[in-house]
Design a protein around this ligand. Structure first.
Ligand code: PMP
Length: 461
């Protein structure tokens, strides 16, 4: 740490937090006796907390966001320069970084054409849901309006995105939900639902989507929304053959394919977008976290010229365009940061680094799996990896919920912050998550997996 803070400043910050901040995604009772961890600074792969303790951040800001690492002066400068020129103007008009980032982004997304700016992943997904509904009204008398989503996938915390939420534990207390969202089965081979393997399994899991479409009536289904690799639901990589069949099914029934790249987008899996591993042609792609690596809030909903054109016909009809706005979609800091973020990824060859460091980490995790019987499965792509912990490899019974917290705490004690996926209500997943910044070195990767090795030994002997 650079010594900017003295002890009084720090205890004031902690007290103010404990008195007034409602943190995300956690139970606050423990803070009656313990202090929350407050991160004061970050540089590269590392962050420092209020006690001056240094951590290697193996989850890029906790939730897979800071893809290019902390303390990037060139991004801060690009944002500063842009804010001094023009901080904001509603996206009913245009802006310099808005134009230039859209051009650069589309250059990486063959087949896609238009960028709609918003400010969170949830909101970007909701924009797609609205577009799909409007298309249903324009072309199909409102009938083809249903949106399919997959068990274990997550698309956000707003009511509509929760209605498309495949993790029951994050949804069940918040009903009634929005109508018109229908669940399809997950595709996770480790927790197999069919007695098949490899490509046969992948095709069967996709066929299950077709079964849902037929049961609902294909003329009622407008879109299918999927994560390329399921993130918070347990780092679920699709089996071979899955995506090819998904694409066939969407074409066969005239169903728009929406890929939620909020986590995988902008390099996390070693390609610009996760879907690009599988040769898919989506109709919508949404992205958020890595777009500006957290240096500014920005999310995008990207679509094709064919979809865009649907909102241009009958110009004299006042209801015929996309009647939607996102106020902060007009903040120029977002695209200014995003442009510089992308330049860094290109100039520093971070996609290649992501692939090679991801391979190294996968190798390390496989070695840990040989050593620790508690690891039932390791999976992932690029620098987006997970290790599922089970009490018994044969029955695949998940370890108790507190285990993940113990392993994470043991890693933190060694100066490594790791993540975890939520435990689902029926006890499906219990997964340690790893998503270090794309700048990770071999030493960083080894430090992370060494910490996990020690933590598993301490917790399980
Ligand atoms: N989609 C996915 C796949 C996500 O993981 C998340 C956030 N974890 C979201 C959407 C929602 O993004 P936000 O929190 O920015 O609304």
């Amino acid at each position: 740490m650079d010594g900017t803070f003295n002890e009084n400043d720090i205890s004031h910050i902690v007290e103010a937090d404990k008195a007034h901040v409602w943190h995300h995604l956690i139970q606050h009772k423990p803070f009656e006796t313990n202090d929350p961890r407050i991160i004061l600074e970050g540089k590269g792969m590392r962050v420092w907390d209020q006690n001056g303790k240094e951590y290697l951040d193996a989850v890029s800001g906790g939730v897979w966001t800071v893809n290019v690492g902390y303390g990037r002066e060139s991004i801060a400068k690009a944002v500063y320069d842009q804010l001094m020129k023009l901080c904001y103007f509603a996206q009913t008009g245009g802006s310099i970084p808005g134009s230039l980032f859209a051009e650069k982004l589309i250059d990486k997304m063959p087949g896609m054409s238009r960028v709609y700016y918003t400010n969170s992943g949830s909101e970007a997904n909701e924009k797609v849901f609205k577009m799909v509904r409007q298309i249903a009204h324009k072309r199909y008398g409102g009938k083809k309006h249903k949106i399919l989503y997959r068990d274990r996938d997550y698309h956000g915390g707003t009511l509509a995105t929760m209605s498309a939420g495949g993790q029951d534990e994050r949804v069940m207390q918040y009903g009634p939900l929005a109508p018109g969202f229908v669940r399809v089965p997950h595709c996770m081979e480790y927790r197999a639902q069919w007695d098949l393997t490899g490509e046969e399994y992948g095709r069967r899991a996709a066929d299950a989507i077709e079964e849902v479409i037929l049961a609902e009536g294909a003329d009622t289904v407008g879109a299918l929304c999927l994560e390329p690799v399921t993130a918070g639901g347990g780092v679920i990589t699709p089996p071979p053959g899955y995506w090819e069949r998904v694409q066939e099914i969407c074409r066969k029934y005239d169903i728009l394919l929406h890929i939620d790249e909020v986590v995988c987008g902008i390099g996390r899996t070693g390609t610009w977008f996760g879907y690009q591993h599988y040769g898919i042609k989506p109709d919508f792609v949404t992205m958020a976290k890595g777009v500006a690596s957290g240096y500014a809030a920005i999310a995008c909903c990207v679509t094709t010229e064919e979809v865009f054109d649907l909102f241009k016909d009958n110009a004299e009809d006042p209801l015929n365009y996309f009647r939607d706005i996102s106020t902060f979609g007009g903040c120029t800091a977002g695209p200014a940061a995003a442009l510089e973020n992308m330049r860094i990824i290109e100039d520093e060859n971070l996609l290649d680094n992501c692939t090679s460091m991801g391979d190294r980490m996968m190798g390390n995790l496989e070695a840990l799996m040989e050593k620790h019987r508690i690891i039932g499965d390791v999976r992932g792509k690029g620098l987006f990896l997970g290790a599922e912990l089970v009490a018994d490899r044969k029955t695949k019974e998940p370890v108790p919920e507190k285990t993940i917290a113990q392993v994470s705490a043991e890693c933190a004690a060694q100066g490594v912050i790791i993540g975890s996926s939520n435990r689902s209500v029926p006890g499906l997943n219990n997964v340690l998550c790893f998503s270090p910044a794309l700048i990770a070195t071999a030493d960083d990767i080894d430090q992370i997996t060494d910490a996990v090795d020690v933590a598993l030994t301490r917790v399980y002997g």
